[in-house]
Design a protein around this ligand. Structure first.
Ligand code: RIB
Length: 291
């Protein structure tokens, strides 16, 4: 069994601010740092640090060498990452005094995936292999269709929400990992249990992880619902907390841990990520997950 992540790689330009800049306002930042991130890359690093070998696929620009180094340092296989003409994806991230973030995304080369490229990458995988996805690359509906035809187990974090998501056949997804906002958008419901009820009706074969911020996480599989609280830490930067959760949860499932334990491990890992600055740099190593 192999694991593929077809996903984004971004340079995150992170500005520390008092408050999120308001329309028409000019605000001075306290500081600025650059980190490697992107929901896709963060998920892959989290899988690798949790001990699961992962292949990362996606497009980087001429400025993308650092992504390859970060992947290699972390044991993420880069054989499917393609370097193309253009600028890699990047983000402008504001972190306010409460450690909340706001993210402006420039897709760059993350949006240059072609059907031929997707066919050739997915062609190297087989039935029962895992595919981890988010929505920062183009051609998401096609990727899902091709991976499903192959019989891959598809994991989706439907973030960021956009029109492309509406074209995806979500019946082909095995694991959803999403927050309340995404849950509301997909189901039209606000209350967490109602979100899960609609997901169970619409996608009866799927397993759903719904993250609720401070209130923890709910998990739904058929008629079983589980709850996992958060591990309290002093929040420094919430960037990549969701991606860390995804990587550690899926790695635990791949390693055949009971779902209850997988949720606990993932909650612990994402709490550590929240207590540190940056995206890939904030993701813990497996040895740090003592629960
Ligand atoms: O989920 C966090 C990630 O979202 C950041 O690393 C940033 O690149 C954006 O894609």
């Amino acid at each position: 069994m192999k694991v593929l992540n077809l996903g984004s790689l971004n340079y995150d330009y992170v500005y520390s601010v008092d408050h999120m800049v308001r329309p028409g306002e000019t605000e001075s930042s306290y500081g600025m740092e650059t980190f490697c991130g992107g929901k896709g890359l963060n998920q892959s690093i989290a899988l690798a640090r949790a001990g699961v070998p992962v292949y990362h696929g996606g497009m980087i620009g001429e400025d993308g060498d650092l992504f390859l180094s970060v992947c290699k340092e972390n044991g993420v296989n880069t054989a499917f990452i393609k370097c193309v003409e253009g600028k890699s994806g990047h983000t402008i991230i504001q972190i306010d005094k409460n450690a909340q973030n706001s993210i402006l995304l420039y897709g760059g080369t993350n949006r240059l995936l072609t059907k031929e490229y997707i066919d050739s990458v997915i062609g190297s995988f087989a039935e029962g292999d895992y595919l981890v996805l988010q929505n920062e690359v183009n051609e998401l509906p096609y990727i899902i269709e091709k991976a499903y035809e192959k019989g891959m187990i598809i994991v989706l974090n439907p973030s960021p929400l956009d029109e492309a998501l509406k074209e995806c056949d979500l019946k082909k997804i095995t694991y959803f990992l999403m927050n309340e906002i995404e849950g509301k958008e997909i189901t039209g419901k606000e209350e967490p249990n109602e979100i899960l009820d609609v997901m169970s009706r619409q996608y009866p074969n799927a397993k759903v992880v719904l993250t609720l911020g401070e209130a923890g996480v709910l998990y739904r599989e058929e008629n079983k619902t589980l709850k996992q609280g958060i591990f309290k830490v002093k929040a420094v930067d919430t960037t990549a907390a969701g991606d860390t959760f995804t990587g550690f949860f899926i790695s635990s499932i791949i390693n055949e841990k009971p779902v209850e334990e997988a949720l606990r491990i993932a909650a612990k890992a994402s709490s550590i990520a929240v207590s540190r600055k940056g995206a890939t740099s904030s993701i813990p190593k497996w040895e740090e997950i003592k629960i």
